[in-house]
Design a binder for this molecule. Structure first.
Ligand SMILES: O=C(O)CCC(=O)C(=O)O
Ligand SMILES: [Fe+2]
Length: 272
């Protein structure tokens, strides 16, 4: 079995870095061939949100700490899962105990925490235009974990795009364009512990790399493969969104999963 070694992370620093931009305009972001075509790091936006000065482990614990969450123990391969309360897990992450543990949850959506951020126009989501009672898909999560916890290689759900803002911690992102699917073995390979014997063509894969610190937002375009390593313990807020840029892909994915009603409603709403 291939083991994870932190030294491997340093080697990824030699690859091309994701572009960084300060507080772009909606037009700079969405214009054809604009910033939205590639992964992007966005600075000086999150610092304008209330959460930048409010959110920390205690604030989160006070707001939603009593809720149960599922935690993946990633030291085990394949990972095992256990259930605990968010407050207990916060203590575990802060005390830096043994283990590599990662959890994502959406309890913020039913709390006043959602009042602490205002997403820029270019991240606005068509799905949120539907009446609340018809919004069945969950599209926002908080990710919390220890050092070296990670998200494995994937493209985002339903063909959506996403933004991700780090509140506490530091992440390394590896991005691969949609056309590298075959050398990624459809996402089976783990770039953080690559098994070249089993996945020889992965040696041809060339990632874009992004180091994301607190108060920086990372944008993932629809269809881009990515995996994410937490270089430091912490937590981040992420939302996936549907817009004019990704709608054709989202439409195919939603129809394929039997949600054509939602597609029809979205189309009617945005009057395509
Ligand atoms: O681990 C992370 O922060 C990345 C999460 C992610 O890629 C996702 O929610 O789709
Ligand atoms: Fe993702």
């Amino acid at each position: 079995m291939t083991m994870f070694s932190p030294a491997l992370l340093d080697r990824y620093l030699d690859f091309k870095q994701v572009t960084s931009v300060s507080d772009p305009s909606a037009n700079e972001f969405s214009a054809s061939n604009g910033l939205a075509s590639y992964p992007l790091k966005i600075t000086n936006v999150m610092t304008k949100w209330r959460l930048a000065s409010l959110w920390n482990y205690d604030y989160l614990g006070n707001a939603i700490g009593t809720h149960d969450i599922f935690v993946a123990e990633q030291k085990n391969d394949p990972p095992t899962f256990f259930k605990t309360t968010l407050s207990t897990f916060i203590q575990q992450v802060r005390s830096n105990e043994e283990g590599i543990q990662y959890s994502h949850f959406s309890h913020h959506l039913n709390s006043s925490l959602v009042l602490d951020y205002e997403i820029p126009e270019y991240f606005s989501c068509w799905y949120k235009k539907l009446p609340k009672s018809e919004q069945k898909l969950i599209l926002s999560w908080i990710y919390m974990g220890t050092r070296y916890s990670y998200s494995s290689l994937h493209v985002d759900v339903y063909g959506t795009s996403a933004w991700n803002g780090v509140i506490i911690g530091k992440k390394m992102w590896l991005f691969y364009p949609p056309d590298q699917r075959s050398v990624l073995y459809n996402g089976e390979v783990n770039p953080f512990k690559p098994d070249y014997k089993r996945y020889p063509a992965f040696q041809e894969a060339r990632p874009l790399v992004c180091i994301q610190s607190a108060n920086e937002i990372v944008y993932t375009p629809s269809g881009w493969w990515h995996c994410v390593m937490n270089l430091e313990p912490g937590f981040a807020l992420t939302e996936n969104f549907i817009n004019a840029i990704n709608f054709e892909q989202v439409k195919m994915d939603l129809v394929a999963m039997g949600a054509s009603k939602a597609v029809n409603k979205l189309e009617a709403l945005v009057k395509l």
